[in-house]
Design a protein around this ligand. Sequence first.
Ligand code: 5GP
Length: 175
Amino acid sequence: MSDPVVLISEEEIQTRVGELAEQISQDYADAGEIVLVGVLKGSFIFLADLARRLAIPRTIEFIAVSSYGTGSRSSGAVRLVMDVRGNIENKHVLIVEDIVDTGHTLKYLMGLMESHRPASVRACALVRKAERAEVDVEVKYLGFDIGEQWVVGYGLDYAEQNRTLPYIGVVSPDD
Ligand code: 5GP
């Protein structure tokens, strides 16, 4: 497989993650504490960087989902693989997603989090493919809008490869 072509550089990502952390820290300054809920596996690097740059008290939870469908196409049906372990009732929850494509996964996760009766739920995503949106779901904190290409790196994979690249790049699924 050839190397991915850089779409968003390491420097651009780090700058944007710093900006997001600052904005989130300001918005939740009076909240006391927030719970970052990382969506496995793709968000693990973004979550780690974001969490360490926040200036407010935070705890970390993880959740795992898989979408029914084949290859790089999401079918819209989402299956819960692992729910949060800690009690998030009456807490301020920030879902941390790697990428929002059609929006079905995030919509499902917002509903799932609501069922735990938190004080609030918002979403943060590193990238979004705005043109592919099929459902209306608010991404309160967004890193970058991108086109329709399949992207890898900074946590994102193609067939489990390329997750640890420091940048976000584009691969051709035919490689
Ligand atoms: P949605 O439910 O929004 O259609 O899909 C979201 C999920 O699809 C993401 O959490 C991610 O797992 C996967 N996904 C969508 N587009 C990409 C992409 O370009 N690269 C990677 N690695 N995963 C993607």
